[in-house]
Design a binder for this molecule. Structure first.
Ligand SMILES: NC(=O)c1ccc[n+]([C@@H]2O[C@H](COP(=O)([O-])OP(=O)(O)OC[C@H]3O[C@@H](n4cnc5c(N)ncnc54)[C@H](OP(=O)(O)O)[C@@H]3O)[C@@H](O)[C@H]2O)c1
Length: 326
């Protein structure tokens, strides 16, 4: 089968399209014929191995010390079931599915355990649209529910509202009944308003830490905010959640966890929950949330897709078309 692979860490041109062996199927796995995949900010980080900061060593131990342990790139997928392992009960050959697993998705075939984040493709979405949902939506859901502990009526500020995590964070925060202020560039103001943001702050013109509004939580999805500046606009028990962390924020998280008052929270997302993916599917099918695709590339254009995601300027997700639905 054809796959986008990287056999060393580095710039986008470490990626190659090559023939690799088909995945072998275990009893509890399904084989997915991938129609569409994506390139996420997580994929480019894993390829370049930049920005891991203090997590560099643990991440390298996890993904391969000298070179990537698993060479096939990609984590989001949408396609049809081509084969099922002998103990699989939830899926049948021909089912249209979408899901996420770390590595292996930028390929014509992918094996995934039926128990992880894989579910029937939401009705009404193309394979490309479905392929840009899991990373951003599962992360945003975990950050809002588990780190922010969002409640109806709260005032939430989402910094980086136009990225893959941000576009779902805005929509999910609205779904949970919050009042949402989005921070993005002027070019993306219309997009985030269409997703439901109550208020938009253009970061090139206004500094939200100097504004009049006080927030129950700040969710920083792209980095660049600081607790020492932002605590001025947090309620007495407000939470400042960072999903891209520095050592300072880890220490602040530790320090503020030992005291009453405003908290720094370091957000991590596993993105593996089938129940969460089913929740997201339901919200899409009832029109509460929708995917945003910036661009779609072909698999053979994977280097260009990575170059674009590397700019840090994409709106929502970047899809990769792999094969037509059978
Ligand atoms: N901790 C975890 O478990 C976890 C899970 C998922 C993701 N993440 C991390 O979360 C980060 C965001 O992921 P993503 O996929 O959403 O990124 P992304 O899609 O690449 O974000 C791109 C967006 O960020 C906006 N942006 C860039 N600089 C900005 C700034 N200074 N202020 C406001 N917006 C800005 C850009 O809009 P403009 O062009 O308008 O500026 C663009 O729309 C990544 O670093 C990723 O690795 C962490």
């Amino acid at each position: 089968m054809l796959a986008a692979t990287y056999r060393r860490y580095g710039p986008p041109d470490v990626l190659k399209i090559e023939e690799v062996a088909r995945p072998t199927l275990k009893a509890d796995e399904v084989l997915v014929r991938v129609c569409a995949s994506s390139v996420t900010s997580g994929d480019v980080r894993m390829r370049a191995f930049t920005g891991a900061g203090i997590f560099w060593l643990p991440m390298r131990l996890l993904f391969g010390v000298l070179r990537p342990r698993s060479p096939v790139a990609g984590m989001e997928f949408a396609g049809t079931i081509a084969e099922v392992g002998r103990s699989v009960t939830a899926f049948r050959v021909g089912d249209a599915v979408f899901g996420m697993r770390i590595g292996g998705a930028n390929a014509e075939l992918l094996a995934a355990r039926e128990s992880v984040a894989i579910a029937a493709k939401p009705d009404g979405l193309t394979f490309e649209q479905a392929a840009v949902v899991p990373f951003g939506a599962l992360s945003a859901l975990e950050f809002l529910r588990d780190s922010v502990r969002i409640k109806p009526g709260q005032k939430i500020l989402i910094h980086g509202a136009s990225g893959a995590v941000g576009v779902f964070a805005v929509q999910l925060a609205k779904h949970f009944g919050a009042h949402v202020t989005s921070v993005c560039s002027a070019a993306n103001a219309e997009l985030v308003t269409s997703l439901g943001a109550d208020q938009v702050i253009d970061y090139s013109k206004n500094d939200f830490t100097q504004g009049p509004i006080v927030y129950d939580a700040i969710l920083d999805t792209v980095g660049g905010t600081s607790f020492s500046r932002a605590k001025r606009v947090l309620t007495p028990y407000g939470r400042h959640v960072f999903v891209v962390q520095t050592l300072t924020q880890l220490l602040q998280a530790l320090w503020t966890s030992m005291r009453r008052g405003k908290r720094v929270i370091v957000g991590f997302s596993g993105g593996e929950s089938k129940d969460d993916l089913l929740l997201i599917k339901g919200l899409i099918e009832t029109g509460r949330i929708r995917p945003v695709i910036d661009r779609t590339y072909k698999l053979r254009e994977i280097v260009d897709a990575h170059r674009f995601v590397d700019t840090g300027r994409k709106r929502g997700g970047v899809a990769v078309s792999i094969s037509d639905a059978p």
